[in-house]
Design a protein around this ligand. Structure first.
Ligand SMILES: [Zn+2]
Length: 522
């Protein structure tokens, strides 16, 4: 089994993705996670570019990593300057990282138009920089920026850039598709041509501007590179970098190439979710291998087949990479989907049972109106419990009123007044809120808290509104999805109405009732 080294740049290239900003603590937590996974190299940042990255390196110098080596990133020295006088290189040496990746120009267009220097001086810049790093006892990698565009424009010169780094003692050169515009077949061809000319490590660094970063990285491995650079979840500038998650899974499971320990594969889903949380990025639901939808089945035909043999609609067993199969409940799922969910909820139901048909009809009817139970498992569970008469009302609403008032000082005030009955006792409460829904939520809890104290442990974490038939204008139905959370669980509920307050109320009530049922409160 050949071996490929993984090089993660989530903390440097990934941090350049729109909407991402890491604190030093975030960077340290991500580093720990990548180390646990067994990533060989972790590029932590650019110590010459900002004090935050420098602080990270100095902190990490005192931290032990089990599997990974930390790499500092920087550029070749500036034109017509001694390498040891370059502030960026001084910062790299100060960072104490033992491995340094230096990027430099290889495309003559960039050398003349951006750097405003000569091709000869650029070669000296590469040599001097690697010389300095080697003299200081560092392991140096040379990242050849825009290599594939450069090679197309001037094959001889771009190769000379790689050879200059190699001659100066670099331990690897990395071919970068910086603009992300190269096709997979071209990547394969160029790497094949370069491989015999280089007798040190050869790496690939792809961007995803053509939607090909993962495919291009794998093609480069087939053509002979021994290091793949990328980011977790493909975060990065513009359309992102090559996503290391599917790269690792494909290398191990499809190509038989060793890169991380076999028993670490099942951590992939967790690592992807963890890093999306820290990055404050929503997890891509359809992310290959690790997304929540990656092994979710919705169509009745698919569900039927998968229950007989999962291979019919799954390319791998989701357990291997720590994901799981999900059977989605929707009108498309048919009886099988309902039976599977009923079984999960410990209801005894058979295909022939008239109740099955009744529930299926009910769901189809509700979905036709615009309900969407795939995204609201808690509302679905309540629906099943009602159908099986395993549900008792926790309170009875007598009425509510919501007032929104715009005042002359431009402030908007929201207030809700609610009247309900719990165990025969009437409650009448009022509460303010940040908006009408928040006021209603506050008033409802205020009314219930004396009877159901565990409600103080739950809170709403997300609120989504979608207009269903936009053509109908203001008379259109709106669907409200609410996500709630307590110290143990997260659950989703749904409401639907032409009135947004009413739709929100339905989702709110489901959320509260689900919590009480979950806590086994009578
Ligand atoms: Zn990059």
């Amino acid at each position: 089994m050949s071996k490929v080294k993984l090089y993660d740049t989530t903390l440097r290239d990934g941090a350049q993705g729109e909407g991402i900003s890491y604190s030093v603590m975030d960077k340290m937590r991500i580093t720990k996670e990548l180390d646990m996974l067994g990533i060989h190299y972790i590029e932590g940042g650019w110590p010459g570019s900002n004090p935050k990255d420098m602080e990270f390196y100095l902190k990490m110098a005192k931290t032990r990593l089990e599997n990974s080596a930390l790499v500092a990133f920087g550029s070749t020295r500036r034109p017509h300057l001694k390498a040891n006088q370059d502030s960026n290189l001084k910062a790299i040496l100060k960072s104490q990282a033992k491995i340094v990746a230096i990027f430099g120009k290889t495309w003559d267009l960039h050398i003349t138009d951006v750097l405003k220097t000569t091709p000869e001086e650029n070669l000296r810049m590469i040599k001097d920089t690697v010389d300095l790093l080697v003299a200081k006892g560092k392991t140096a990698f040379y990242d050849a920026e825009h290599f594939f565009d450069a090679y197309k424009a001037n094959p001889k010169y771009s190769l000379n850039c790689l050879l200059a780094a190699q001659a100066a003692g670099a331990r690897a050169v990395v071919l970068c598709d910086t603009n992300g515009g190269t096709l997979t077949s071209e990547i394969f061809k160029v790497v094949k041509e370069i491989r015999p000319r280089i007798n040190i490590g050869l790496g690939i660094h792809c961007h995803n501007d053509s939607g090909l970063a993962v495919a291009n990285s794998l093609a480069a491995v087939e053509a002979g590179v021994d290091m793949v650079q990328g980011t977790i979840n493909g975060y990065g500038e513009r359309c992102g970098n090559a996503d290391l998650i599917p790269i690792i899974a494909n290398l191990k499971l499809k190509m038989g190439i060793d890169c991380i320990d076999k028993d670490k594969l099942k951590e992939l889903t967790h690592v992807s979710h963890f890093i999306s949380e820290i990055s404050n990025m929503r997890q891509k639901t359809d992310q290959p291998f690790v997304g929540p939808s990656a092994f979710a089945h919705k169509g009745g035909v698919h569900i039927n087949a998968v229950m007989k043999n999962p291979k019919t609609y799954e390319h791998i067993d989701p357990i291997i990479i720590g994901n799981r199969r999900r059977i989605l409940v929707s009108e498309l799922a048919g009886k099988t989907g309902i039976l599977i969910r009923a079984k999960e909820l410990e209801f005894d139901l058979t295909k022939e049972d008239p109740k099955t048909k009744k529930i299926l009809k009910l769901i189809q009817n509700l979905e036709h109106q615009g309900y969407h139970f795939e995204a609201a498992e808690a509302s679905f569970e309540l629906l099943m419990k009602k159908a099986f008469k395993k549900y008792n009302k926790f309170f009875e609403l007598e009425g509510f009123r919501v007032v929104v008032e715009k005042r002359s000082d431009k402030r908007i005030a929201s207030e809700a007044i609610i009247k309900l009955k719990v165990r025969g006792i009437q409650e009448h409460t009022a509460a303010d809120g940040d908006g009408p829904i928040n006021a209603l939520d506050n008033a409802l809890r205020k009314a219930l808290k004396a009877f159901y104290p565990t409600l103080s442990k739950m809170h709403l974490t997300d609120f989504k509104v979608r207009v269903l038939d936009e053509k109908a204008g203001t008379a259109a139905k709106v669907r409200v999805l609410i996500q709630s959370q307590d110290e143990k669980d997260i659950w989703n509920t749904i409401g639907l109405s032409e009135n947004i307050i009413e739709a929100s109320w339905q989702a709110l009530v489901d959320s509260v009732e689900y919590k009480l049922l979950k806590d086994k409160i009578k």
